[in-house]
Design a protein around this ligand. Structure first.
Ligand SMILES: NC(=O)c1ccc[n+]([C@@H]2O[C@H](COP(=O)([O-])OP(=O)(O)OC[C@H]3O[C@@H](n4cnc5c(N)ncnc54)[C@H](OP(=O)(O)O)[C@@H]3O)[C@@H](O)[C@H]2O)c1
Length: 384
């Protein structure tokens, strides 16, 4: 039996992790749950899973009398408190955004195993996170949950230390894969939120439409797998069946396939190194009439280029990219800027801030805050 803390339990990944707990109640116990604003769902979850600790990081609301049995925490610091202090072996970091970074570091400081869905933590603070984590072997202390990175991890896990030549991350191409570039610029939030294959939270769904999600994943892969930027390639694979691939020195390519359902990588991380039944429909390859792969079109999806520029610039350039993107996506979803404005805000913020220092958590957070202020200003200027 492993006890797990779930940060972001009200979100898409968090609720699916609880479905995995439901499927294997003899294997997993919920030690702590944390939501930001969805108090009603958190209350329901606490009532059902009876954790030792629970937290709301957003607006404070009264706790119902029947839920006083667990220890409650409030405010932004509660993420770290639960990551560090809840009686769990594992901490699933499934919050969205840069707030995940402190939670990851707190969990590691307390010796917890981190199951990492939150990609922003690695993108912004990759060096800080990797200095505290071991990725390989049965004693791994950081396990990727993102489906592409879980796929690469599963392919490399059988490699017995052999070096790989290339990592190929697949991307669905999102809802605008075949759209004319000029039309993409003017896409509405409603159109961007319609992902063809995956059901996910709003921020990551917009990132999938702009390809900033893949930009973040390229940087995430660079840290997780100690890859040089030129070793990471992205291919558009609209069917989302091949979740990613690894090419070895001898030319052999391993891939991980599966239906697009996040419960598979979530459960793999939760049960690692064991594999458990998932209760999901089997993949029927005879029903997959076509599996196609193509290079991404830079004119439609310029975001990917920014990821390589950020990796080359080093320092906190990736934190700047991430922060500017978070602010620009919020502005887009609020109807304040056009879809094409997201890329413009991120590019301009990166150009102006360059690669600030990233050697401490404070330095990364400083760069993050600076980038957010500038991105907000640029978005506001665009609106006038
Ligand atoms: N969904 C996927 O399929 C998927 C796949 C791969 C990776 N990821 C990554 O996993 C993370 C979560 O994605 P998601 O799709 O599950 O997002 P989501 O559905 O939007 O859920 C986000 C979770 O984070 C909480 N949260 C939001 N802002 C917070 C803050 N400032 N402080 C603390 N908690 C906060 C939310 O709480 P409330 O809802 O209560 O406000 C919610 O529980 C992201 O980093 C994403 O890139 C997701």
């Amino acid at each position: 039996m492993r006890a797990i803390t779930i940060l972001g339990s009200s979100g898409s990944i968090g609720t699916q992790a609880l479905q995995v707990v439901d499927l294997h109640p003899e294997r997993f116990r919920v030690a702590a749950l944390c939501a930001h604003s969805n108090a009603d769902l958190l209350f329901e979850q606490v009532r059902r899973y009876r954790p030792d600790m629970a937290a709301l990081t957003g607006p404070r609301v009264p706790i119902p009398d029947d839920l006083q049995f667990c220890q409650w925490h409030f405010g932004p610091d509660a993420l770290e408190k639960l990551a560090h202090s809840a009686p769990a072996q594992d901490v699933l970091v499934a919050v969205s955004g840069m707030v995940g970074l402190r939670a990851v570091l707190a969990a590691r400081q307390a010796g917890r195993r981190v199951l990492l869905a939150n990609k922003e933590a690695l993108v912004a603070g990759g060096a800080l996170v990797m200095a505290r984590c071991q990725v390989w072997g049965p004693e791994a202390t950081l396990l990727p949950v993102d489906s592409e990175h879980s796929a690469v991890y599963q392919c490399l896990n059988g490699a017995q230390g052999n070096a790989y030549r290339r990592i190929i991350l697949t991307a669905s191409g999102g809802p605008f894969r075949t759209w004319d570039p000029a039309r993409i610029q003017l896409a509405t939030p409603e159109q961007a939120l319609k992902h063809p294959n995956w059901s996910m939270g709003a921020k990551i769904t917009v990132d999938s439409a702009s390809m900033f999600n893949k930009a973040l994943e390229v940087i995430e892969a660079r840290w997780l797998f100690d890859a040089r930027p030129e070793q990471i390639e992205v291919l558009i694979h609209p069917q989302s069946i091949v979740h990613s691939l690894v090419e070895f020195e001898d030319g052999a390519v391993l891939a991980q396939l599966g239906l697009p359902d996040m419960r598979i990588p979530i459960q793999y991380a939760m049960s690692y190194p064991q594999r458990l039944p998932s209760g999901l429909e089997a993949l029927d390859l005879t029903q997959m009439h076509q599996l196609t792969f193509e290079h991404p079109d830079d004119s439609r999806f310029p975001a990917l280029t920014l990821a390589y520029q950020a990796m080359e610039a080093g320092g906190a350039a990736s934190a700047v990219l991430n922060a500017a993107n978070e602010q620009a996506v919020a502005a887009f979803l609020a109807g304040r800027i056009a879809f094409g404005g997201i890329y413009q805000v991120v590019t301009e913020t990166m150009q102006r801030l360059g690669s600030p220092a990233a050697d401490t958590l404070e330095a990364v957070e400083h760069a993050d805050a600076h980038a957010r202020r500038l991105a907000d200003q640029l978005a506001a200027d665009m609106n006038t």
